[in-house]
Each structure stands twice: as structure tokens, then as C-alpha cells.
Design a protein around this ligand. Structure first.
Ligand SMILES: [Zn+2]
Length: 257
């Protein structure tokens, strides 16, 4: 089986000493494509650079809501314009809203989110969205300022608002290690409602390891665990599901094989 990690951070400091070993392990379980996601200017540049070294890697560039005020969308646009390998930049992300850590800068987060959606539309790229404890505002921003070339809700944790948004607008959702957590009761309720054509998988490496691996550095080699859990929820053979989510990923990021 082939696996496509739609959201990983191999541009993270954590991997600076052992990246090649980690990637060898990922390849050995069938990981075939990876999108490295930027979260500020530095990590976005790094994600682009890595595409030159690893032909199976792609980059998303953007500013995470936690970095609001530290980088500007103009800098992200410049990074795009200066990139020699523009065809490997497949999305603007991760962008969005995070009210879990900081709640007193909601306005600034919303503004940054909107500006980056506009940038994605200008560059004709889809967006990879981070939303934590902010589902209602995420819903509002995406309604008011829609991304024209595709929207992927990463580390999807369903709520009534977000599932309604996904179904109404045909957004893609990415499930990661969070679907293996015990407290993930709501997944069972919502999973039936989301068509398989709108689902991809991810790790959010090095974060969010599957339940039985908590406390370890998460890598794309754990994608089979996530896919298996998804297959259980969707009551589908793993092999059939793997082909569908792989194809969905290629289509979303507009990658030709
Ligand atoms: Zn992430």
C-alpha cells in the first residue's frame, strides 16, 4: 500500500539530526508522498528547500495563528515569488485560528487568516486550515472569505458547525492520530456523515502520535495505524480505502503522478 502524508513538519528542529533515518523508516512502510507544512517564514523556507533534496516531498507555506504578529503574509508571498521550484509549493498553510493557547488576539488571528486566504486565491493554491477551539469563527471566516482552489481542514476534530461546513462546501478533511484517542467518541457519530471522497490522512509529525505511541515523536511511519482506524470507522477494506485517500490527496494538491 502507498501512503500520502498530507500534513507533516519534517522542517521541525526535532529532525535535524536524524531525518534520513526517520524517512527511511517511513519509506519502508510505504510512505510515498509527504507535504511539509510551514508555520512561519523560516519553516516555510525550509519546507521549500527540502523539496529539492527529496523528490517525494512537497511544501505548504504560511503563518500559523500562534505566530500572528511575528510574520506577515507579504513575507510568505515573497518566499513564493523567490522559489525556483514553485511547482512543489502545493498549498498555503497552515493557516487558521487557535483559541486554545491565546484568546486575547482573536481579531488579529482572523485578519491574518483572511489575508492568507486571499493570498492563496491570488496564487491559485488551496489552503490547509488549522482550527482549535475556534470552530464557529473558522466557519464564519471560510464563509465570508472562501478559498477558491480548495480547503483542507487538518487534524479534523468534528463538531456540528465544522461538519456542516464540510458537507455544504465540499471541503476536504484530514484525520490524524487524534482518531485513535479514546476520548474520540464524537468521531463515531460524525464519521458516517462525511463521504470518503472528502477524506485524506496525515500525521502532523512530530506531534499527535496515535494513542498507543503517546510520548513518542510521531512520524509518517504511523500512517498505517491511522488508516486502519479510519477503515474501521468507515467499515471499508483498508486496501480499498488506501487507494481512495491517496487519490484524494493527489487531486487536492493538484499533483500529477
Ligand atoms: Zn501542523
Amino acid at each position: 500500500m502507498k501512503y500520502f502524508d498530507t500534513h507533516a513538519h519534517y522542517n521541525d528542529e526535532k529532525f535535524k539530526d536524524n531525518l534520513d533515518n526517520v524517512l527511511e523508516e517511513c519509506k519502508s512502510v510505504g510512505v510515498d508522498k509527504i507535504v511539509n507544512i510551514g508555520y512561519n517564514t523560516e519553516s516555510s523556507k525550509k519546507a521549500i528547500e527540502m523539496c529539492d533534496t527529496y523528490d517525494y516531498m512537497y511544501a505548504a507555506i504560511g503563518i500559523h495563528p500562534s505566530d500572528v504578529g511575528k510574520c506577515t503574509p507579504q513575507e510568505i508571498e515573497e518566499i513564493y515569488n523567490n522559489a525556483k521550484n514553485k511547482e512543489k509549493i502545493v498549498a498555503i498553510g497552515e493557516i487558521g485560528l487557535d483559541y486554545y493557547w491565546v484568546k486575547d488576539n482573536k481579531e488579529a488571528q482572523i485578519e491574518l487568516f483572511k489575508e492568507q486566504i486571499k493570498l492563496a486565491n491570488k496564487l491559485k493554491l488551496p489552503i490547509a486550515v488549522h482550527s482549535r477551539d475556534a470552530s464557529l469563527d473558522t466557519y464564519k471566516v471560510l464563509k465570508e472569505c472562501p478559498a477558491k482552489y480548495g480547503t483542507l481542514l487538518h487534524c479534523f476534530s468534528p463538531t456540528d458547525d465544522l461538519v456542516r461546513l464540510v458537507l455544504e462546501n465540499g471541503y476536504m478533511v484530514a484525520f490524524g492520530g487524534n482518531i485513535t484517542y479514546n476520548r474520540a467518541k464524537s468521531f463515531a457519530t460524525y464519521m458516517d456523515m462525511i463521504p470518503v471522497s472528502q477524506i485524506v490522512i496525515e500525521t502532523d509529525s512530530p506531534y499527535l502520535p496515535p494513542a498507543n505511541l503517546r510520548g513518542t515523536v510521531n512520524t509518517s511511519k504511523n500512517l498505517p495505524i491511522i488508516l486502519e482506524k479510519l477503515a474501521e470507522y468507515k467499515k471499508m477494506p483498508v486496501e480499498e480505502l488506501s487507494k481512495i485517500v491517496y487519490r484524494n490527496s493527489l487531486e487536492f494538491f493538484n499533483i500529477k503522478e
